[in-house]
Ligand binder design. Sequence first.
Ligand code: UD1
Length: 339
Amino acid sequence: MKIVVTGGLGYIGSHTVVELQLLGYEVIIIDNCSNSSTEVLKGITAITGVTPHFEEFDLRDLAKIQDFFKRHTDIAGLIHFAASKAVSESVEDPLLYYENNVTTLIYVLKELQKLKNAAFIFSSSCTVYGQAENLPITENTPIKSSKSPYGKTKQIGEEIIKDTCKISNAINAISLRYFNPIGAHPSAEIGELPLGVPVNLVPFITQTALGLREELAVFGDDYPTKDGTAIRDYIHVVDLAKAHIIALEHLLNNKNKSNYEVFNIGSGTGTSVLQVIKTFEKITNRPLNYKIVARRKGDITTAYADTSKANITLGWTAESSLEEALENAWKWEQKIRKA
Ligand code: UD1
């Protein structure tokens, strides 16, 4: 079965391609390499023994998408990762985010609609909930208008898919709302490759541990939490990748009750920034250079998922521990800096 993975050279995309290929799916990656590299293909090949078909083009180019779908009429499903994802950049350049994340989604859906019964999986984010009133966060937790254009593109994206599914029998879709993906493939063949200074916590920790960054800044210890630092739900990227396959198969096997569904994908556990640091120090057996600084603007206090809907309906559960995720992230960081 042929599955298209847009953004398949990126962090979550590449791990999903690996899981698809391990199950025998024929994968076609579309990526514009704006935040990724074709080197990732080597890692995917090393793990799976198969080099996926790869087409380099930008999804903002409608003619290229149309040409792609003319050449591939036997697509069973499409997993749509291709998007920009930096919150602060989206505030600086909102039109770039609306064009990259919303326009491209519309183009892809327009072509997908022409196929029969195509399965569509969308990368959404727990960012759609903002700071939830009640925890853990379920899929029924109210959506709050996002403060960043990045967050808004995820909210708008979900609405676009929902409205399209209402009138179209041609598409069956699932939005997966990811909590905080971390870690790397246990083989250390693929992982996260942040450009420049990392924004996210775990790549900043591994780069600091390796001496690439002098010090980790912990953004705030005056939150109303146990140790004062903010709480997130960290999920191993391989567990997250597997959730995509299970969601895809849910649609391909016609197990879906409605042609549009939404699922939280997280570990279900809330972990503070200091707990992440302590766990990392235990794994590496050395202290991490960090200091407490002021809160980061726009950060929320606490977010963690109720994943029972995905557990029960999809039969998916996160399997890896925080320790494993951090161990894999550390192994990956050491490997890429040696190369
Ligand atoms: C961020 C994005 C979110 C996006 C997600 C993708 C923001 C405000 N949110 O989530 O929209 O979906 O990435 O992965 O950018 N921290 C530090 N020091 C650091 C880095 C982070 O203390 O150098 C803290 C943060 O304050 C936060 C936690 O670590 O409490 C996790 O941060 P991060 O990895 O950036 O993820 P989010 O902010 O949850």
